[in-house]
Design a protein around this ligand. Structure first.
Ligand code: HAM
Length: 430
């Protein structure tokens, strides 16, 4: 679990400004698509995840933070956001109030995983769920939303991998065929996959062990076993992606690590080596049977989640900075001006400027050192002469001539001063 800190204070994780930039972009892009934000508790009844994500998955079987509360109930820190969103949707009878619901969430999830770069025990997801439409257009709208978000934050070289897992009509027969094949190669599979063969055979398809991957190469392909309606749905997804000019790779090994999926599944995979084996920046798919299975209405749904830790690491890697330095540093030239400078800083902030002031006092030299460090655009030194004349100098920190200003018009002057080439990129302001 990580601390997220402002500026350059944390070396491993991206600075908080990068996270805030991604969050702002998310809200901006998702609202264009008509998605409303939901916030659900970080704790849920353990049974919710057992019944949705699935008892035999790694997430539920090995990775949940589960404990008993004082009332003897078994609770778990949420390992993902879909089950809580669906629980809330059912609990608030949303389907009786609107036929099509589009939600998104941003928040921490918890999985007891083996940690490495991009894989943490508390991590953050940006997720979206659309409930009420079974049409391919809904799947593609969500993928489009991810693509537009990735574009907005400037991440490139992320490929969309697409698959269909079929449904109750075609998956059982496929699964049987797959198990038959895998059993004939049992000895070549890793220990985990020998177990998965009994509990969750589809998961063998995305095992990263090279031995298993060799076996999987020649395994039966789910896409060749889809029933007519599933095939038509998958074809329509592809046709609509093509129509939007969204590039994708059909990858029959995208089976996902959660049990609730039917039909479309997809993952966004980054090419950048910085993430190592944690290169999947997001994934999702359709879960048309989940609501009913959880005791809710028979409503089809589809969604995705992106890993914010991974997105921000990629942005950090790209060298972009998202800090928002102060407009102005107000410095005090002599003790007698301390109160006036403090009051001026407060007034300028009220007017909307980002103003830094050294509350410790100290010499002008030490204040200027701090001004440099904060990367403020301008400094204004307030001393007896400035107080008496009602005038001061705005000194551009990036160099250039000082600007004479009246103390009553500092905000206007700062706002109208031409932007010097920024001392550091401030893409966060976009
Ligand atoms: P998931 O594939 O388990 O899907 O997680 C989505 C994304 O969360 C992953 O692609 C990854 O970027 C990030 N992630 C997962 N575990 C970690 C971790 N330990 N550390 C850092 N990042 C991590 C779901 O959670 C589904 N609920 C997605 C979904 C929504 N399907 C339908 N609707």
């Amino acid at each position: 679990m990580n601390d997220l800190l402002p500026g350059e204070l944390s070396s491993d994780m991206a600075p908080i400004e990068t996270w805030q930039f991604v969050e702002r972009a998310t809200r901006e892009v998702f609202s264009r698509f008509g998605y409303g934000e939901v916030r659900t508790p970080v704790l849920e009844d353990t049974g919710l995840f057992v019944r949705s994500v699935g008892e035999e998955t790694d997430i539920v079987g090995k990775e949940m933070y589960t404990f008993e509360d004082k009332g003897g109930r078994s609770l778990s820190l949420r390992p993902e956001g879909t089950a809580p969103a669906v629980r809330a949707y059912i609990e608030h009878s949303v389907s009786n109030q609107e036929p099509l619901t589009r939600w998104y969430y941003v928040g921490p999830m918890f999985r007891y995983e083996r940690m490495k770069t991009g894989r943490y025990r508390q991590f953050y997801q940006i997720g979206a769920e659309a409930l009420g439409s079974k049409e391919a257009a809904q799947d593609v709208e969500l993928m489009d939303m991810v693509v537009q978000l990735l574009e907005r934050i400037g991440l490139k070289d992320i490929s969309l991998n697409l698959n269909s897992l079929g449904d109750d009509a075609c998956r059982p027969a496929y699964q049987q065929k797959l198990v038959g094949y895998l059993k004939s190669h049992r000895e070549e599979l890793c220990e985990d996959c020998q177990r998965r063969l009994e509990t969750n055979p589809l998961r063998v398809l995305d095992c990263k062990n090279p031995k298993c991957q060799a076996v999987v190469q020649a395994a039966p392909n789910i896409l060749q076993e889809l029933c007519e309606p599933c095939k038509a749905h998958f074809d329509e997804v592809k046709r609509k992606l093509d129509a939007l000019g969204i590039r994708y790779v059909v990858n029959p090994q995208i089976v996902r690590g959660l049990d609730y999926y039917t039909r479309t599944t997809f993952e966004f995979i980054a090419a950048h080596p910085a993430l190592g084996t944690a290169s999947t920046v997001g994934g999702g798919g359709r879960y048309d049977k989940l609501l009913k299975a959880l005791g809710g209405p028979d409503v089809p749904a589809v969604g995705f989640a992106l890993g914010m830790d991974r997105l921000t690491l990629l942005l950090k890697e790209s060298g972009q900075k998202f800090s928002d330095p102060p407009d102005l540093f107000v410095a005090v030239a002599d003790e007698g001006s301390a109160d006036a400078a403090f009051t001026l800083a407060s007034k300028l902030r009220k007017e909307g400027l980002r103003v830094e002031f050294d509350t410790r006092g100290g010499s002008l030299k030490s204040q200027m050192k701090r001004a440099d460090k904060t990367k403020a655009r301008f400094t204004l030194v307030l001393g007896q002469a400035e107080r008496e004349s009602g005038k001061a100098q705005l000194k551009p920190m990036a160099g250039g001539d000082p600007i004479a200003v009246s103390l009553t018009e500092v905000t206007q002057a700062v706002r109208s001063a031409p932007q010097a080439p920024a001392p550091q990129a401030t893409a966060a302001q976009g």
